[in-house]
Design a binder for this molecule. Structure first.
Ligand code: FES
Length: 78
C-alpha cells in the first residue's frame, strides 16, 4: 500500500513504505540537506509526523493513516 507524503515545500507525493527517505524526497522534488550520509552528523534530520528521524539512514515507515507529514528539523545540532 502506498502512502501519501506531505513535504515541507508543499509537494505531495505517493511512496511505498520501505523506500529510502532521500530517494522519496528526490522523487517529490524536495531536497533534504545531507552531510555524512552515515547517520552521525544530523544534517539530514527531518520530522515525520512529529518524530525526528535521520533521513540518510531511515526508510519511509508504514503509517496506519496512510499519510505522513514531513518537516525539516528546525534546529540542527551543529
Ligand atoms: S547526513 Fe549525516 S546523519 Fe544523515
Amino acid at each position: 500500500m502506498s502512502l501519501t507524503i506531505h513535504w515541507p515545500n508543499g509537494c505531495i507525493s505517493r511512496c511505498a513504505p520501505g523506500r529510502d527517505w532521500l530517494l522519496a524526497a528526490r522523487d517529490a522534488g524536495c531536497s533534504i540537506p545531507t552531510g555524512c550520509l552515515g547517520g552521525s552528523c544530523g544534517a539530514c534530520e527531518i520530522e515525520v509526523n512529529g518524530q525526528v528521524v535521520r533521513a540518510c539512514i531511515a526508510t519511509v515507515p508504514a503509517s496506519r493513516s496512510g499519510e505522513l507529514r514531513v518537516e525539516l528539523a528546525s534546529d540542527p545540532h551543529w
